[in-house]
Design a protein around this ligand. Structure first.
Ligand SMILES: [Zn+2]
Length: 300
C-alpha cells in the first residue's frame, strides 16, 4: 500500500495532516491505496527491473506482500519502488525504451536531512528522512527521478545555471504532471509535493514549488537553480495542459537529446520546437511558441 500520489493531494486538503514525527493517524491511514508492484525479482526484496531499494529498513517479504503504514520505514521503501517503477513504465509506454531503462538504486531513509538528490557520479537516488520523509511524496520521488532521466539522456546535464534550472524545472514538471495524472487535475494544480511541503510551506495547498508563478526571463532570474527552474517548468506544464501529458512528455523527452550539458533556456525551447517537428510534423508549433514567449523565451 502506498500514497497515491501523496495524502494531501489524494484527500484534497492539508487540514489535519501533519508529520507529527512520522506518526500514523486515522486520516493519513485513510489515504493508503492498494497497488500491484510490478517487475519484482522474486527474492522477496524490493528489487526489480527498474529500481532496487537500498534502505535502512532492508524490507523483505517472502510472500511479496508489502503493506506498511507511514510510521514504518518500510513504507517509504514501497513508495520509492512503486513510483519509480511506474514512471519508467510510463516512459516506455510513450515509445522510449532507451531512457534510463535500467534498475536504478534508490537509497531510502539513509540520509537524515530534509533533502533528496540524484548523484551523477553514483547514478543513484537518495531520499532523506528530515521533515516528512521525502519518499512519502510521489512528487519528490518523480522530481528526483527526473534528474536521473536527464543525466541518462545527456550525461552531465545541468552544468550551467540555465541548464541546472532546466533540470529542476523538468523534475517539477514530471512531478506535477504525475500527481495530476494520478488524481485528476484538480486540487494541487500547478503545485508539486503537497505533502512533503507541509513541513516548511504555509501556503494552501502547501507546495515545494509552483508551476504558475508567471516568472519572466531574464527579469526574474534569481541565480538559484530551483527558483529559476520555475521559469522552465511553467511552459512545459502549460504545454501538457494544452496538448495532453503524454504528447507533451514525449516531445520534451525527445528534445533532451538535442541538448548539451550547458544548454541555455533558449536552446531548450528551440529543441522542444524541433522535437515537435520531428515527432509530429510541427503540429504544436504555435502552442510551443506561445508558452515560451510568455516566459520571455524564444524558439527561434
Ligand atoms: Zn532537483
Amino acid at each position: 500500500q502506498v500514497f497515491l500520489p501523496n495524502p494531501v493531494e489524494s484527500s484534497g486538503s492539508a487540514a489535519g495532516l501533519a508529520d507529527n514525527n512520522d506518526a500514523d493517524s486515522p486520516a493519513l491511514n485513510a489515504q493508503l491505496k492498494n497497488v500491484q508492484l510490478l517487475g519484482l525479482d522474486g527474492t522477496g526484496k524490493l528489487a526489480g527491473q527498474y529500481v532496487a531499494i537500498n534502505s535502512k529498513a532492508r524490507t523483505k517479504s517472502s510472500t511479496l506482500t508489502f503493506n506498511y503504514t507511514r510510521s514504518d520505514n518500510q513504507f517509504e521503501d514501497v513508495m520509492a519502488y512503486y513510483h519509480i517503477d511506474t514512471l519508467q513504465r510510463y516512459i516506455q509506454s510513450l515509445g522510449f525504451t532507451n531512457i534510463n531503462n535500467r534498475s536504478i538504486t534508490a537509497n531510502v531513509n539513509t540520509y537524515k536531512q530534509d533533502n533528496s538528490f540524484y548523484s551523477p557520479t553514483k547514478k543513484d537516488l537518495t531520499f532523506g528522512s528530515g521533515g516528512v520523509d521525502d519518499a512519502e511524496d510521489a512528487g519528490v520521488i518523480a522530481h528526483e527521478y527526473g534528474h536521473s532521466i536527464q543525466d541518462n539522456q545527456v550525461p552531465g546535464f545541468g552544468d550551467s545555471l540555465e541548464g541546472g534550472s532546466m533540470g529542476e524545472g523538468f523534475g517539477d514538471y514530471l512531478g506535477a504532471t504525475y500527481e495530476d495524472a494520478v488524481t485528476g487535475d484538480g486540487f494541487g494544480h500547478a503545485c508539486v509535493a503537497e505533502w512533503d511541503s507541509t513541513s516548511y510551506s504555509s501556503s494552501n495547498p502547501p507546495c515545494l514549488r509552483r508551476l504558475d508563478e508567471n516568472k519572466v526571463y531574464p527579469r526574474d532570474v534569481a541565480g538559484e537553480v530551483h527558483a529559476d527552474g520555475e521559469i522552465w517548468s511553467q511552459p512545459l506544464y502549460e504545454l501538457a495542459g494544452a496538448i495532453g501529458r503524454d504528447a507533451a512528455t514525449k516531445i520534451i523527452l525527445q528534445s533532451h537529446w538535442s541538448l548539451t550539458p550547458n544548454a541555455t533556456f533558449n536552446d531548450g525551447a528551440r529543441a522542444i520546437k524541433q522535437a515537435d517537428q520531428q515527432l509530429n510534423g510541427g503540429r504544436n508549433a504555435k502552442t510551443i511558441d506561445a508558452v515560451f514567449k510568455a516566459r520571455g523565451l524564444s524558439t527561434n
